[in-house]
Design a protein around this ligand. Structure first.
Ligand code: ZN
Length: 130
C-alpha cells in the first residue's frame, strides 16, 4: 500500500518544499531503514530534489524553465497547456531517497520539491516507504 499526500498549489508555476511533510509521514510510518519512493500521478506537475537552503535556487529554476518553454507557442496540444506537459517531462515525476536511522538520507543542502506547472490546483503525491 502507498500513502497519498494532498498538495494545494497557488500559482501556475510553483516549487513547494515538501521535505518536512515527507519526514512527518516517515516518522508516522515507523520505518528506520529502507527507501522512500515518491510519485506524482499528474502530467503537468513533477517532483525534484535540489537546494532548499537558498530559495533563490527554486526561483531561478522556474524562471529559466519559463524562458526555455514559454506558455504561448506553436504547440499542437488542444488543451493549451503544452508548456506544462513539457516541463513535467523534463523535471520527471518520481524520486527515491534512502531512509537511514528513521530519516531521509538527503544531502546537506537538498530538499524535495513538488513542482506545479499548470496550477493552481489540488494535487496528489504518492508515497511508498519500503
Ligand atoms: Zn494538457
Amino acid at each position: 500500500m502507498h500513502l497519498t499526500l494532498s498538495v494545494t498549489t497557488r500559482n501556475r508555476s510553483e516549487m513547494i518544499d515538501i521535505t518536512s511533510k515527507i519526514e512527518e509521514e516517515l516518522n508516522r510510518s515507523g520505518l528506520k531503514d529502507g527507501v522512500c519512493f515518491l510519485f506524482v500521478p499528474h502530467t503537468t506537475a513533477g517532483i525534484t530534489i535540489n537546494e532548499s537552503a537558498d530559495p533563490g535556487v527554486a526561483t531561478d529554476i522556474q524562471e529559466m524553465l519559463n524562458k526555455l518553454i514559454p506558455w504561448e507557442g506553436s504547440y499542437r496540444h488542444l488543451e493549451g497547456n503544452s508548456a506544462a506537459h513539457i516541463k513535467s517531462s523534463l523535471i520527471g515525476n518520481s524520486v527515491m531517497v534512502f531512509v537511514e536511522s528513521g530519516h531521509l538520507k538527503l544531502g546537506t543542502w537538498q530538499g524535495i520539491f513538488f513542482c506545479e506547472f499548470d496550477g493552481p490546483r489540488s494535487r496528489k503525491l504518492y508515497i511508498k516507504f519500503q
